[in-house]
Design a protein around this ligand. Structure first.
Ligand code: HEC
Ligand code: HEC
Ligand code: HEC
Ligand code: HEC
Ligand code: HEC
Ligand code: HEC
Length: 330
C-alpha cells in the first residue's frame, strides 16, 4: 500500500534533527516518551524490541523518512498505540481521522464502516455486540479477561440481554467523546448512570457493589465479583431451595406461603417462572419491576383479594390480606 509521504522540507528537518518528529508536534501524551524505535511508550516501561521485520533491501532503518517508525502500516503494530491512546492520532490524522495535512486518512486502508463497526477493535468472539471477549489487548481466554461476565450480561439466560448502557456510556463511533481518545488511555469506564444499577459502584477488577441486579430487591443493592460462579436461584434473593429463615428476608408472606401453604414460586409469579423454577419470562426477570400474577387472586401492590388453593388443594378466601415488608428485616 502506497501512502502519501511527507514534504521534503519536513524530511530535511528530520535529517537535521536526526530523530523522529513531526513539525514540532511529536510529543507523546503525558506519561509517555518516545523510544529509540520511535514508539510512544509509558515513561518507565522497558523499551520494546523493535517489532518491525526489516524487509530485504532495507539498508538501514535510519533511512526512514516518515513520521512513524518503519513497519507502522502493519495493523498489529499501529493498533496498539491507537487503542492505548499513546499519542493522539487525531492531532495529525484529522479530528475524524479523515486525514490531515501530511497524514493520510485512516480510511485509505480501513474498510468504509470501520468507525462504527463495533467489533473492529474489541468483541466479535461470542457475539457481534462489541462486548469482549476479545479484550482491547486481543486476549480471548476467559481467565485473562478484564471482565469475564460480558457475555453472561449481554446475552443473558436468566434475563433479557442487557445493553452496554447499563454499565457504560455507549459511543456511536470511534471518535465519540469519552470513547477511545479520552483522558484514560486504554481503560474502559464503567458508568452505571443509565441502567438498572444506577446506584451501583464499580470497585475495579470486575467487582461491583450496591447493584440492584444482584440484590434481593428489598435490602438495597447487592455485590458481585466476576470471578465468582454464575449465581443460582438463591444467590441474589432467596429461591425455591432456601430455608425459612432465608425466606423471612423476603417480603412478609413468602415464608408462610412457601413453607406452610406449600406453594411454588410459579403460583404467584406465573409470567416469570414455571413449575420447574425455570425463568420463562426473560423480559420480566431483573427488569426493575416485581411482577406478580397470582392464580385466582388480585394483588394490588399491597393486598390480595380472591380465592386460591394451598398446595394440598384447600380453598382460602382472601379479603384485603396484607402483603407487608420482610418480618426479619432486609
Ligand atoms: C504528529 C503527527 C502524527 C500523529 C500524532 C500520528 N500520525 Fe500517523 N502519520 C503521520 C504522517 C505524517 C504519516 C505519513 C507517513 C509517515 O510519515 O510515516 C502518517 C502515517 C500513518 C500510517 C501509515 C503508515 C505507512 O507507512 O503507510 C498509519 C497506519 C498511521 N499513521 C497511524 C497512526 C496512528 C494509529 C496514530 C495514533 C496512535 C498516528 N498515526 C498518529 C503523522 C502522525
Ligand atoms: C497503511 C494502511 C493503514 C492505514 C493508513 C491505517 N491502518 Fe489501521 N489497519 C490497517 C489494516 C490492514 C488493519 C486490519 C484491518 C482488518 O483486520 O480488517 C488495521 C487495523 C487497525 C486497528 C484494529 C486492530 C485490531 O484488530 O484491534 C486499529 C485500532 C487501527 N487500525 C487504527 C488505525 C488508525 C487510528 C489509523 C489512522 C490514524 C489507521 N489505523 C490507519 C491498515 C492501516
Ligand atoms: C454488567 C455491566 C457491563 C455491561 C452490560 C457491559 N460491560 Fe463492558 N465492561 C464492564 C466492566 C466491569 C469492564 C471492566 C472495566 C475495567 O475494570 O477496566 C468492562 C470493560 C469493557 C471493555 C474494555 C475491555 C478491556 O480490554 O479493557 C470494552 C471494550 C467493553 N467493556 C465494551 C462493552 C460493550 C460494547 C458492551 C455492550 C455490548 C458492554 N461492554 C457491556 C461491564 C459491562
Ligand atoms: C478503533 C477501535 C475501536 C472501535 C472501532 C470501537 N471501539 Fe469501543 N473502545 C475502544 C477503546 C480503545 C476503548 C477503551 C476506551 C478508553 O481508552 O477509555 C473502547 C471502549 C469501549 C467501551 C467501554 C466504555 C469506554 O468508552 O471506555 C464501550 C462501551 C465501547 N468501546 C463500545 C463501542 C461501540 C458501541 C463501538 C461501535 C460504535 C466501538 N466501541 C468501536 C476502541 C474502539
Ligand atoms: C443475578 C441475580 C438474580 C438471580 C441469579 C436470580 N434472580 Fe430472580 N430476581 C432478581 C431480582 C433483582 C428480582 C427483582 C424483580 C425484577 O427486577 O425483576 C428478581 C425477581 C424474581 C422473581 C419475582 C418475579 C419478578 O421477576 O419480578 C422470581 C419468581 C424470581 N426472581 C425467580 C428466580 C429464579 C427461579 C431464579 C433461578 C433460576 C432467579 N430468580 C435467579 C435477581 C436474580
Ligand atoms: C403467595 C404468593 C407468592 C409466592 C408463592 C411467591 N411470591 Fe414472590 N412475591 C409475591 C408478592 C405479592 C410480591 C410483591 C411484593 C411487593 O409488592 O413488594 C413478591 C415479590 C417477590 C420478589 C421481590 C422481593 C421481595 O421480597 O418482595 C422476589 C425476588 C420474589 N417475589 C421471588 C419469589 C420466589 C423466588 C418465589 C419462590 C421461592 C416466590 N417469590 C414465591 C408473592 C409470592
Amino acid at each position: 500500500m502506497q501512502v502519501e509521504r511527507i514534504s521534503s522540507v519536513f524530511v530535511l528537518g528530520l535529517l537535521v534533527l536526526g530523530s523522529w518528529g513531526c513539525g514540532g508536534q511529536s510529543a507523546c501524551r503525558d506519561g509517555y516518551i518516545r523510544d529509540a524505535q520511535g514508539y510512544c511508550q509509558k515513561e518507565n516501561a522497558p523499551p520494546d524490541e523493535d517489532p518491525e521485520e526489516e524487509e530485504p533491501g532495507d539498508s538501514d532503518s535510519d533511512s526512514q523518512v516518515g513520521y512513524h517508525p518503519p513497519g507502522f502500516e502493519d495493523p498489529t503494530v499501529h493498533s496498539v498505540p491507537a487503542k492505548q491512546n499513546q499519542e493522539n492520532c487525531t492531532d495529525c490524522h484529522g479530528e475524524q481521522l479523515e486525514g490531515g495535512t501530511d497524514a493520510p486518512s485512516c480510511d485509505s486502508c480501513h474498510p468504509d464502516d470501520w468507525r462504527t463497526n463495533c467489533v473492529f477493535c474489541h468483541g466479535g468472539e461470542d457475539n457481534s455486540s462489541g462486548a469482549p471477549p476479545r479484550d482491547l489487548s486481543g486476549v480471548v481466554e476467559a481467565a485473562s479477561l478484564v471482565f469475564r461476565a460480558h457475555t453472561a450480561h449481554v446475552e443473558g439466560t436468566l434475563h433479557d440481554g442487557f445493553g452496554c448502557e447499563h454499565c457504560h456510556v455507549v459511543p456511536e463511533s470511534v471518535t465519540s467523546l469519552g470513547h477511545l481518545f479520552d483522558s484514560t488511555p486504554g481503560e474502559a469506564e464503567v458508568v452505571f448512570g443509565e441502567g438498572l444499577a444506577s446506584l451501583g459502584n464499580y470497585e475495579g477488577a470486575g467487582s461491583c457493589t450496591n447493584v440492584y441486579c444482584h440484590s434481593n430487591a428489598v435490602g438495597g443493592g447487592g455485590d458481585y465479583d466476576h470471578t465468582r460462579a454464575t449465581p443460582g436461584c438463591g444467590d441474589c434473593h432467596p429461591g425455591p431451595e432456601s430455608t425459612v429463615s432465608e425466606l423471612l428476608q423476603m417480603t412478609s408472606q413468602h415464608a408462610y406461603h412457601m413453607d406452610v401453604a406449600g406453594l411454588t414460586c410459579e403460583r404467584c409469579h406465573v409470567d416469570v417462572v414455571n413449575g420447574q423454577n425455570q425463568i420463562v419470562g426473560l423480559d420480566l426477570h431483573v427488569n426493575g419491576t416485581v411482577d406478580v400474577t397470582i392464580f385466582g387472586l388480585v394483588y394490588d401492590g399491597l393486598t390480595c383479594n380472591g380465592t386460591c388453593h394451598s398446595g394440598s388443594g384447600e380453598a382460602h378466601v382472601h379479603t384485603n390480606y396484607t402483603w407487608g415488608p420482610p418480618p426479619g428485616g432486609p
